[in-house]
Ligand binder design. Structure first.
Ligand SMILES: [Zn+2]
Length: 258
C-alpha cells in the first residue's frame, strides 16, 4: 500500500488529506476538500473505494459530497458518534476496516479533541487526525481533558516503529512551544535544528515514527519528571487529566501570544 498526503485548505488550516492506493484502487482519509483528490486519482488511474472519516469537523468532511458524486460506489466509513449523513458504515473501538486482504485498519476510540474522534491503525500506519500532531496535539473542541489524556496515553502505548500520519501541518509552531516546555531534551533540540518542512507540496512519506513523538512531543510526555514538575508549578495536580489540561492551557496561551 502506498500512502501520500495531499495538502488541503492551505494557508488557513493546512490540512493533509491522506490517500492510500494499491493497483488501481484508492482510499482517502478525511477529505476536507475534493478537487486535489480527484485530480490525483485521475492522474494515477485510481478508482476511489472508500472514504475514512475521523471526526465531524468541516475541514475533514467537506470534500465528501463531490467525491461521492465522482465515485458513487465509494463507501464512507466513520464513527458511530459522528454527526454526518454521508457515513454509511458506522465504526467503534475494535472494529476493523479491510482495504485489501493484506491491509486492514483497526478502529481506535480517541476522543478529546471532539467526543466523536476515532483513529485508524495498523503496524504500517496510524491515522490519528487531530488527536496527535507532530510535536503537538489538537485543541479541546468539545471533548474532556480526561478523555483526551486517556487517548494520548493510548496512542503512546502503540509500537515505536508505527509510521505516523496526522491531519495538519503545524510542526514548526508546535516545536517552538515544545522547546519551551522541555528545553533540555537533546532529541527535541535536534528535531528543531533539523526542521525541514516541504508543505504544501505532496507529502510522500510518513510524518515520522511514533517513536519520535514519544521522545519529543510534550503531549505524550506530560507525566515525565521534568515536564511534570513545571506543570505542577503551574497549578496541576499529579493526574493525567490535570497535567494534560495544564499543558494544553499553556499551549493555548502561547498560541494567543505568538
Ligand atoms: Zn478537528
Amino acid at each position: 500500500m502506498k500512502i501520500i498526503g495531499l495538502p488541503a485548505l492551505v494557508g488557513t488550516y493546512d490540512n493533509y488529506i491522506w490517500v492510500l492506493y494499491q493497483d488501481n484502487k484508492a482510499w482517502v482519509v478525511d477529505p476536507g476538500e475534493s478537487q486535489q483528490v480527484i485530480a490525483f486519482l485521475k492522474l494515477h488511474n485510481l478508482v476511489l473505494q472508500g472514504i475514512l472519516v475521523t471526526h465531524h469537523h468541516f475541514d475533514h468532511v467537506d470534500g465528501i459530497p463531490a467525491l461521492k458524486k465522482a465515485y458513487p460506489d465509494a463507501t464512507v466509513f466513520g464513527a458511530q458518534k459522528t454527526n454526518n449523513a454521508h457515513i454509511q458504515v458506522r465504526l467503534a473501538e475494535g472494529d476493523v476496516v479491510k482495504l485489501t486482504d493484506d491491509f486492514r485498519l483497526q478502529v481506535l476510540d480517541t476522543p478529546g479533541h471532539t467526543p466523536d474522534h476515532i483513529s485508524y491503525y495498523n503496524d504500517q500506519a496510524l491515522f490519528c487526525a487531530d488527536t496527535l500532531f507532530t510535536a503537538g496535539c489538537g485543541r479541546l473542541l468539545g471533548g474532556t481533558v480526561e478523555a483526551f489524556s486517556h487517548s494520548l496515553i493510548k496512542l503512546r502505548n502503540l509500537p515505536d516503529h508505527t509510521p505516523f500520519y496526522c491531519a495538519h501541518e503545524y510542526t514548526e509552531d508546535n516545536l517552538k512551544f515544545a522547546i519551551q516546555v522541555e528545553p533540555n531534551n537533546p532529541e527535541l533540540q535536534q528535531r528543531l535544528t533539523n526542521l525541514n518542512i516541504h508543505y504544501p507540496t505532496l507529502q510522500t512519506e510518513a510524518l515520522g515514527l511514533l517513536k519520535n513523538e514519544k521522545r519529543t512531543n510534550p503531549f505524550l510526555r506530560f507525566d515525565c519528571e521534568e515536564i511534570k514538575a513545571q506543570l505542577i508549578q503551574r497549578g496541576a495536580n499529579d493526574t493525567p487529566a490535570s497535567l494534560f489540561q495544564t499543558l494544553r492551557n499553556w499551549k493555548d496561551q502561547y498560541d494567543q501570544q505568538s
